[in-house]
Structure formats: structure tokens, C-alpha cells
Design a protein around this ligand. Structure first.
Ligand code: 13P
Ligand code: SF4
Length: 304
């Protein structure tokens, strides 16, 4: 099928099924261009609740579709490719988390949204990269077990006096961005502002002029007076950055920062999802209810 025919069928089926396409900022450019909303993990979770739709097709990874279902179980949530996972989310299991909780009985468990529903259910509160600082500040406890991203955990520890225990998880895509990459890019573009995602290593973040979620990076770049930016996150971000700020220049800090599972939601896969209803993402009700508490506490900690 030709791409214009695919797009025409997608739009017909969306109307027929009252469906919306939510795309993460790392989704394929052509998918972003045909989505109802493009955003960071936080905006997409909020949209899952707020949007008046019967069906959500998630152009992102598994934990995002799961979060949408947890928050809005009356909607049908589809992940176009069931194999689109997040390796970092798989770095913490419920069993391992239960063991760690025994080791730190007084700590509140804060879990990054990049985690399974079962891990969210076992945690006290969830956070995204857009609100981790506010979430940590809002909880009563002064001791925190932060899972699974050690880099985000480390970054938050620089913004709070609370004691944070880190998990040994990381995003493989951000982890391979090195300090050498940053210094090389800065030498090549000495006037550029360096904006980084907090999933980057501490030695990368220490050179950043701004540390934000994906949506935060896009917003900052659009509003800034500066014209040149080195971008410390996944490459597909270039698409929205250039679309929103066509008169500015953006340089990816590393050409290797590419999240392949985020690219599995192709236009043909989205069409197939709308046609077949595959793959439907659900969570067992007992886990969903507990995981929802963690997500609700996060949403309550951040003003809308
Ligand atoms: P945000 O879009 O929330 O910044 O997260 C980045 C990410 O890696 C999502 O998997
Ligand atoms: Fe997971 Fe990293 Fe891909 Fe985000 S970029 S989905 S954290 S592997």
C-alpha cells in the first residue's frame, strides 16, 4: 500500500473508532507528523486521562501504553508492535525491588515511569523526567529508593537534601553518550548551548546548560534567544526541534543515540493496529489499582 493510501485509511479508521494517536518525541518523524499529540512521557500520561477518545494507539514503548491503560482502563490502548519495550524498564523486577525494600525499610520508593506496571504497583510514587524534582520534594520521607534509572536518580540527588539510594539501571541509548562526545561537540560548536536529558551520565550532565525532559528541551530551545544548540538525547528529537524552531541550528551530541524500539510504531504498523485491534495492552486489575495510586500521587504532586 502506498503511504498516502495508508494515511487515508488511518484517518478513516480513527474516525470510525474514535481513536487518537499519541506519539513520543522519539517516535518516527512521519508518525509524529500524523499524530494527534506528540510529547514527553508526562504529557502523554496526562493526555491518556484527558482526551475524549475510545481508543489510544501509542507510538511509543510498552510502559507508556501500560501507563495509559492504568490511568484510563475504559479506553482501548493499542501498541502497534508488542515487542516495543524499554530496556531500562526491564532492569528492575518486582522480586528484586521487594528485596531492596527490606534493605531500606524507611525509604519511600520513587519509580521512574520507565518501569513495568508491577513495579509501579510496588512503589510509593511514580515520576517522569519532567517532574522528578517536584515529586521527590513533595513526599514526606527523607530517605528514597529511586528505581530504575541511576542517572536520573543521581541528578535528582543534586537538587535535594534527601538521602537517595540508587538502582543500577540506565537507558542504554543515553548511557553511551560520553563526556568526550560533549567536549568534541562543544569544541566544534563553541557558541552552542548544550541541552541534555537527565538520563545522561553525571559526567555528561555536568557540562549541560539546561537539563530537561524531551518536551522541556524543545520548549527551552524554542523560547531561547540563542540560535545554536547541542542536543544530548535521542536523535529523533531533531525533527520536532527543527519543526518548532526552523531558524535555529541543532547538533546531536552523538550520532549513536538512537532508540530502535521507539521506531517500531511505523505507519503500516499503526494502520494494522487500527484494523486488527492488536496489540491490546491491559494490566491485571489488582496491579492496575496499586500502580494507579503511584501515578495519581505523581499527578497530584505537580500542578497542571
Ligand atoms: P521523556 O520524554 O519523559 O523526557 O522521557 C524520555 C524517554 O526516554 C522515554 O523513554
Ligand atoms: Fe527506554 Fe532509553 Fe528508549 Fe527511552 S530512549 S524508551 S529510556 S531505551
Amino acid at each position: 500500500m502506498k503511504s498516502d493510501e495508508i494515511l487515508r485509511r488511518i484517518s478513516e479508521l480513527k474516525e470510525e473508532k474514535n481513536a487518537v494517536i499519541l506519539a513520543h518525541n522519539y517516535a518516527r518523524a512521519e508518525v509524529q507528523d500524523n499524530a494527534d499529540l506528540v510529547g514527553d512521557s508526562f504529557a502523554l500520561s496526562q493526555a491518556a486521562v484527558d482526551l475524549d477518545a475510545d481508543m489510544i494507539v501509542f507510538a511509543g514503548v510498552h510502559f507508556m501504553a501500560e501507563s495509559a491503560y492504568i490511568l484510563s482502563p475504559q479506553k482501548t490502548v493499542l501498541l502497534p508492535d508488542a515487542d516495543a519495550g524499554c530496556p531500562m524498564a526491564d532492569m528492575v523486577t518486582v522480586e528484586a525491588l521487594r528485596e531492596a525494600k527490606k534493605q531500606y525499610p524507611d525509604a519511600a520508593v520513587v519509580c521512574y515511569v520507565n518501569s513495568s506496571a508491577a513495579v509501579k504497583a510496588e512503589s510509593d510514587v511514580c515520576c517522569t523526567s519532567a517532574n522528578a524534582k517536584e515529586v521527590v520534594a513533595a513526599i514526606e520521607e527523607n530517605e528514597i529508593l529511586f528505581v530504575p534509572d541511576k542517572n536520573l536518580g543521581h541528578y535528582i540527588s543534586t537538587l535535594t537534601d534527601k538521602k537517595i539510594h540508587f538502582w543500577n539501571g540506565f537507558c542504554p541509548i543515553h548511557q553511551q553518550i560520553t563526556e568526550f562526545d560533549v567536549l568534541t561537540a562543544k569544541a566544534k560548536h563553541p557558541s552552542a548551548v548544550f541541552l541534555a536529558h537527565p538520563e545522561c551520565r553525571p559526567e555528561v550532565l555536568k557540562h549541560a546548560d539546561g537539563i530537561f525532559s524531551t518536551a522541556g528541551i524543545i520548549k527551552y530551545a524554542a523560547a531561547a534567544d540563542e540560535k545554536e544548540f547541542i542536543i544530548g538525547t535521542e536523535q529523533e528529537m531533531m525533527h520536532k526541534l527543527m519543526k518548532d524552531s526552523p531558524n535555529k541550528s541543532f547538533y546531536p551530541v552523538s550520532k549513536y543515540a538512537y532508540c530502535s524500539t521507539m521506531k517500531m510504531a511505523t505507519l503500516p504498523a499503526i494502520l494494522n493496529a487500527l484494523e486488527t485491534g492488536n496489540t491490546k495492552i491491559t494490566v491485571p486489575e489488582d496491579i492496575r489499582v496499586k500502580a494507579k495510586k503511584s501515578l495519581d500521587r505523581m499527578l497530584a504532586a505537580v500542578p497542571k
